[in-house]
Design a protein around this ligand. Structure first.
Ligand SMILES: C[S@@+](CC[C@H](N)C(=O)[O-])C[C@H]1O[C@@H](n2cnc3c(N)ncnc32)[C@H](O)[C@@H]1O
Length: 285
């Protein structure tokens, strides 16, 4: 149903033609089979989930967490607006839980009354304005599943106490606040929070990168650059080999995926451990 509604949008057709039909024919034929009969994991691998970025990141987070014995993760969407992204996250998270047993608590942060005023050119006032993306909070709250909560207010005020009281580690964050100033507020809080509040390698999706006006001196990219410059033990980088590992190489969402590396995380600070030593077989011997 949602897929059929989406077909009304011009950008979906552009995606189908530019991203998908430029891929090899045999892979598109296999994906038709996967679409009809495939498992959830194979659908994620074949980019067949709406907002595949959410599916990839939630599955990656769950797999990383489970490998460390962590069975509950927190997930945040920064910038909720009408709530389409948040509902999509919730639906995909329940499918990830059914294949991994990792549970999710999901939080949507937003002013509840649309964009605050832009601070200066770094917020791209040519693209976003105060009052854009107003939320219908009552209607949205009625349809949210029990594991999804809205955190309403200016993110620089709501996030610090939230992180303080957070019990489950953050496994995935979707950033869609549009402004440099708002994104910087979030990343400043991430720099201050204790390392155990995150998975040691946490997938992060940054949405606002693909307009012609976006650049590394404004918006999300500037906030990421400054975060990396100011924090020797917290770094945000693109996973270099992700595109090469994907079946469909032209997918645009891959460009939006980053990893927060928490270099001061306890598991990255342990210089010895009692795990079994790694032994490499030599097939020539
Ligand atoms: C583009 S919309 C989000 C769209 C949504 N992620 C989706 O997929 O449908 C951006 C949202 O960020 C919110 N926002 C921007 N700056 C904020 C701030 N400083 N604090 C809280 N919310 C903020 C706005 O209220 C707006 O609803």
């Amino acid at each position: 149903m949602i897929f059929l509604k989406k077909l009304k949008n011009k950008y979906i057709w552009e995606r189908i033609f530019v991203e998908r039909l430029t891929e090899p024919l045999h892979l598109n034929l296999v994906s038709l089979f996967i679409f009809l009969f495939g498992s959830f994991r194979s659908k994620v691998a074949f980019d067949l989930i709406i907002r595949n970025q959410h599916a990839y990141c939630l599955l990656k987070a769950a797999d990383l967490a489970k490998a460390k014995g962590v069975m509950r993760l927190a997930v945040i969407e920064f910038g909720v607006a009408a709530g389409t992204g948040l509902m999509n996250l919730a639906k995909i998270a329940s499918r990830v839980t059914s294949v991994t047993d990792v549970e999710f608590e999901i939080y949507g942060f937003d002013t509840g009354k649309g964009m605050p005023p832009p601070v200066d050119y770094r917020d791209h006032p040519e693209l976003y304005q105060e009052g854009d993306f107003v939320m219908n909070r009552d209607a949205l709250e009625k349809i949210l599943p029990p594991n999804v909560k809205l955190v309403i207010g200016e993110v620089s005020e709501t996030l610090p106490p939230f992180l303080e009281s957070l019990q489950a580690p953050l496994g995935f964050v979707s950033m869609d606040l549009d402004y440099y100033s708002s994104t910087k507020s979030v990343l400043d809080c991430f720099a201050q929070a204790g390392p155990e509040k995150f998975l040691p390698c946490m997938p992060v999706y940054f949405d606002d990168l693909q307009d012609d006006a976006h650049n590394s001196f404004c918006g999300e990219l500037l906030a990421i650059g400054e975060f990396n410059q100011n924090n020797p033990l917290r770094k945000i980088e693109r996973p270099r080999f992700l595109r090469l590992r994907r079946i469909f190489k032209n997918a645009r969402w891959v460009e939006h995926i980053f990893t927060l590396h928490v270099l001061d995380h306890p598991v990255r600070q342990m210089l010895t451990s009692d795990r079994k030593k790694i032994h490499l077989e030599n097939p020539y011997l």
